[in-house]
Design a protein around this ligand. Structure first.
Ligand SMILES: Nc1ncnc2c1ncn2[C@@H]1O[C@H](COP(=O)(O)OP(=O)(O)O)[C@@H](O)[C@H]1O
Ligand SMILES: [Mg+2]
Length: 318
């Protein structure tokens, strides 16, 4: 796999990759957690070993990082869960994030996180599930309100590794977007005129206030728990001081380009307009995410830039 600067995290002076995992010996993992838990099920899924555990009749969820770099972002998820639940207790809100139960190191260097287990339906299973979407379209108002809640929270000191702490949120956002841009093959940058998108970001970023974000706010990280409550998992990219509209902009791009559903993406924008959102601000986020979309595509096995280009053209026309 390619070595890409866009997926690096600096921890105590060391530069680590948070995208590339490794295979772990599942039997060894099982034995380790059996010392304290009943291990119901354990499996490997990409960057983590995941599992269902039980303790005192409580069902729990295990997320074990398979590299030190992945561990660094999994630790951010741990800190996000704590920060969110401290300022937004479950009894008071329909919007839930997992509650931390335990955490530590496996094999002295791999971070693991144990939280409560969410039961319910994901708003989407992701791109491979081509069945018509049922829960997602009827949950959109809640999704928007969840993103608004996150922006309204007083969350500080999250993600100690983030460059955003050292520089202001706007400079950080431009530099992050540039890293995505520079990780895209030169010929693709040129062919799809990606510098035009970068220009929109650079010239419009002054509009964006500093706000907290979840950072990976997608339909496949949102779970309809019951008639009232919506759960949000996987806060590895959470930040206390990101740019406003980041989460909902990211969500729109995921719906458009990954779920390949431009109509639904447009519908979300119309809901935001109804809520008096500032389209000029949204356009800055979507332009950055359009660059991110080209990067995602360039990393896939057989890059096909059609959907990324459709998204690009839609964003530019907004
Ligand atoms: N708290 C939880 N309760 C139940 N299932 C969960 C929970 N957290 C994650 N999952 C399941 O595990 C999958 C991967 O979790 P995720 O946090 O997205 O890991 P990754 O960072 O590796 O993408 C999710 O798609 C979901 O099905
Ligand atoms: Mg995930």
């Amino acid at each position: 796999m390619q070595n890409i600067n866009a997926f690096k995290i600096e921890v105590n002076g060391k530069i680590l990759d948070y995208r590339l995992g490794q295979d772990l010996d599942l039997e060894k993992v099982r034995k380790f957690f059996e010392r304290k838990y009943k291990v119901v099920k354990i499996w490997s899924e990409g960057r983590h070993v995941l599992g269902y555990l039980e303790k005192n009749n409580r069902e729990l969820f295990l997320k074990l990082a398979t590299s030190e770099g992945i561990g660094a972002v999994t630790k951010i998820e741990h800190d996000w869960n704590d920060a969110f639940n401290n300022v937004n207790p479950r009894a008071k809100s329909p919007f839930w994030v997992p509650i931390n139960y335990d955490s530590g190191l496996f094999d002295n260097n791999l971070f693991y996180l144990i939280t409560d287990k969410f039961e319910g339906k994901l708003l989407s299973n992701g791109p491979s599930d081509t069945k018509p979407l049922k829960v997602l379209p009827i949950s959109l108002e809640d999704v928007i309100e969840f993103s608004e809640l996150i922006q309204s929270l007083e969350i500080k000191n999250l993600n100690p590794y983030s460059q955003a702490i050292k520089i202001n949120h706007q400079d950080w956002f431009v530099s992050k977007t540039k890293t995505w841009f520079e990780s895209i093959p030169k010929n693709i940058q040129k062919e799809y005129k990606l510098h035009e998108l970068l220009k929109i970001v650079k010239s419009g970023v002054w509009r964006l206030e500093a706000k907290p974000r979840h950072g990976d706010f997608t339909p496949w990280h949102l779970i309809k728990l019951d008639d009232r409550n919506l759960g949000l998992i996987d806060g590895e990219h959470a930040m206390g001081s990101s740019v406003e509209y980041y989460d909902i902009g990211y969500f729109i791009q995921r719906v458009f380009s990954v779920l390949r559903n431009p109509e639904l993406a447009e519908y979300i924008v119309s809901l935001l307009v109804g809520r008096k959102y500032d389209l000029a601000k949204l356009k800055v986020i979507l332009s950055a995410r359009a660059i991110g979309g080209f990067l995602d595509e360039s990393l896939s096995q057989n890059p096909d830039y059609l959907q990324a280009d459709k998204f690009r053209n839609w964003v530019v026309s907004l």
